[in-house]
Design a protein around this ligand. Structure first.
Ligand code: AKG
Ligand code: FE2
Length: 327
């Protein structure tokens, strides 16, 4: 597996059948090797992406500068729907508390949004819709790549699921705390659902495992043995990666690559840098509908690659995964 993340020009989507087939096979190749790709000309205006970050920036007195009580009143946590505000240190990955706060928005309302931050929820619901449209387009490409006959073969299983727009803030932290491991931003993990869209703003820190540098597949072992590569934020680009359920569905064809958030790379003398600046990122998580039976697709099974997994129910798997994150 190569660790270079391919850049895919999505402007060819729906241009012609030939372009569509070529695009589908490039996406297929990227997800089959690295499990991540950079998408350009994706159809979501850069102005909207910039605005989404302006709405959360603590320094612009927006969402993350509100008091914890206000953030919770706007988005009360609902584990049943995996949405709402998660305060600093509340999320755990393998027992480690993450030095991040985030809010998962899935389009439903319930809290006191407009009283506290007028306009925020309306903007985010629209942004959520744009991301969901892009996910459906990507799933079309993947259905074409597998020759499933119907370009909505995968997308149709994503119409009764709530996708999550996860706005994340990693506050400034002492570099020493990250270096010594006494604080972690986001430990190595892989995403659970179908496809994730990731928007990063200015301050980096995201790293992906070069899965070709290790023979291990379990996250903990990958973390101990693999080489990790920094993924610098790139303007006008969305990072796309594969979740666990999509990997299983594709019988391992598309890679559920391990990734994490560390201190961003610094040039020059690292000893002189004693604080790591705050980081903002947005992950849009898509999931198959809760009743979807995820079993390796026939198109992904062959003599060389026999069926690798038994069927699993998407919602049941996701509920278990989510409850373990906050316990
Ligand atoms: O903040 C980031 O860049 C990564 C977020 C992520 O991987 C996740 O929330 O699953
Ligand atoms: Fe992730």
């Amino acid at each position: 597996m190569s660790s270079d993340i391919p850049t895919i020009d999505f402007g060819r989507f729906e241009r012609s059948e030939k372009d569509g087939t070529q695009l589908a096979s490039e996406i297929d190749a990227a997800l089959s090797t690295v499990g991540f790709l950079h998408l350009v000309n994706h159809g979501i205006e850069q102005g909207k992406i910039d605005e989404s970050f302006q709405w959360v920036r603590a320094k612009s007195r927006k969402f993350f500068s509100l008091s914890p009580t206000d953030k919770e009143s706007m988005y009360p946590r609902s584990e049943a729907y995996d949405c709402g505000y998660v305060s600093l240190g509340q999320e755990k990955v393998r027992g480690k508390n993450c030095m991040k706060e985030c809010v998962d928005i899935n389009g439903s309302s319930g809290g006191e949004m407009d009283r506290i931050l007028p306009g925020f929820h309306g903007f985010m619901v629209q942004f959520h819709q744009e991301c969901a449209i892009l996910i459906q387009k990507l799933l079309k490409c993947l259905s074409v790549a597998l020759g499933l006959g119907d370009e909505d073969a995968l997308g149709q299983h994503h119409t009764d699921s709530l996708f999550n727009l996860n706005l994340i803030h990693y506050p400034e932290v002492a570099a020493e705390q990250l270096r010594s491991g006494s604080a972690v931003r986001l430990p190595a993990h892989s995403d659970p659902g179908s496809l994730t869209l990731l928007f990063q703003q200015k301050v980096g820190g995201l790293e992906i495992a070069d899965m070709s540098s290790t023979c291990e597949t379990a996250t903990v072992k990958v973390e101990q043995t693999a080489k990790f590569i920094a993924v610098e934020p790139q303007p006008a680009t969305i990072l796309v990666n594969v979740g666990y359920l999509l990997m299983r569905w594709s019988n391992g064809r598309w890679k559920n690559t391990v990734h994490r958030v560390m201190a961003p790379p610094v040039s020059g003398n690292t000893d002189s840098v004693d604080t790591v600046p705050e980081r903002y990122s947005t992950a849009f998580f898509s999931f198959p509908g809760p009743d979807t039976v995820i079993e390796p697709l026939d198109a992904c099974i062959s003599v060389e690659n026999p069926r690798r997994w038994a069927p699993i129910i998407a919602g049941k798997y996701l509920r278990k995964k989510i409850s373990s994150m906050y316990s």
